[in-house]
Design a protein around this ligand. Structure first.
Ligand SMILES: *[C@@H]1O[C@H](CO)[C@@H](O)[C@H](O)[C@H]1NC(C)=O
Length: 234
């Protein structure tokens, strides 16, 4: 994990004004540019919050849903906050109780758990659709939930052992999804041969884009430190 990026893409349909990213390596989001997205499909470079020259004074526009998080983003840049912590802060900023969210890469389940805590409410309308190609990852996610949430909360989580490029097969049609989160790269402690690829990631991002409601968020935390880069299979 020598370097990582956080890239947050807002549904451009109505919120076409903003995307933010914190990036240790360059001022553009390598993942999206490598996927050759136009700014019309998923915007991905409207504004750098923290410049690579160390200038951390940039502020976010007031109508940006992430405004108020500048300090956290700077904290990340300065190494005081982990990428996942910043991602969780951003999600909390965007999510409401009762929302429907997708954890496209369950891993060991910490993101799934964080999302569940953010959307679970009394009414039981919140949902977390979680998926991972590795059965072990889902087992671990399930055990983590058993150990940390009530049975009623756990029932709000639906786990699927599939590639996230097939998320539209498991999430019911016309589901209003507010967040789709990706944590790309190898699973810590998992099989380093199983890493996410740009091909399946692209398919998954396209699927995610279709499901997002206006004002929804696609969150990408991309670990670029493993030897395979972003090449491998889902
Ligand atoms: C699941 O959890 C076990 C025990 O903590 C760990 O050894 C294993 O690497 C995890 N597997 C995956 C795929 O996360």
């Amino acid at each position: 994990m020598s370097a990582l990026r956080i890239c947050l893409c807002l549904n451009p349909v109505l919120l076409n004004r903003f995307l933010t990213q914190t990036n240790l390596l360059s001022s553009s989001c390598a993942l999206s540019s490598s996927l050759k997205w136009t700014s019309k499909s998923l915007c991905c470079s409207s504004k750098s919050i923290v410049h690579s020259n160390g200038d951390t004074s940039t502020s976010l526009s007031r109508n940006c849903p992430l405004s108020g998080l500048e300090d956290e983003l700077v904290g990340y840049r300065l190494g005081k906050k982990k990428a996942t912590e910043v991602a969780h802060l951003v999600w909390r900023h965007v999510l409401h109780k009762g929302d429907i969210v997708i954890d496209a890469t369950c891993g060991n389940g910490y993101d799934t758990l964080a999302m569940l805590k953010m959307v679970a409410d009394e009414s039981g309308s919140g949902r977390v659709y979680g998926m991972d190609i590795q059965i072990d990852a889902l087992k671990n996610t399930s055990s983590l939930l058993d150990a940390t949430v009530t049975q009623k909360e756990k029932e709000l989580v639906k786990l699927f052992p599939i590639c996230h490029s097939r998320m539209d097969e498991v999430v019911p049609e016309n589901t209003a999804v507010r967040l789709v989160a990706f944590n790309l790269g190898y699973l810590p402690g998992g099989d380093k041969g199983i890493i996410t690829t740009s091909k399946t990631t692209l398919l998954a991002l396209e699927a995610a884009k279709k499901m997002l409601i206006s004002g929804g968020l696609i969150s990408l935390v991309v670990y670029v430190g493993h030897p395979g880069g972003r090449i491998g299979y889902c």
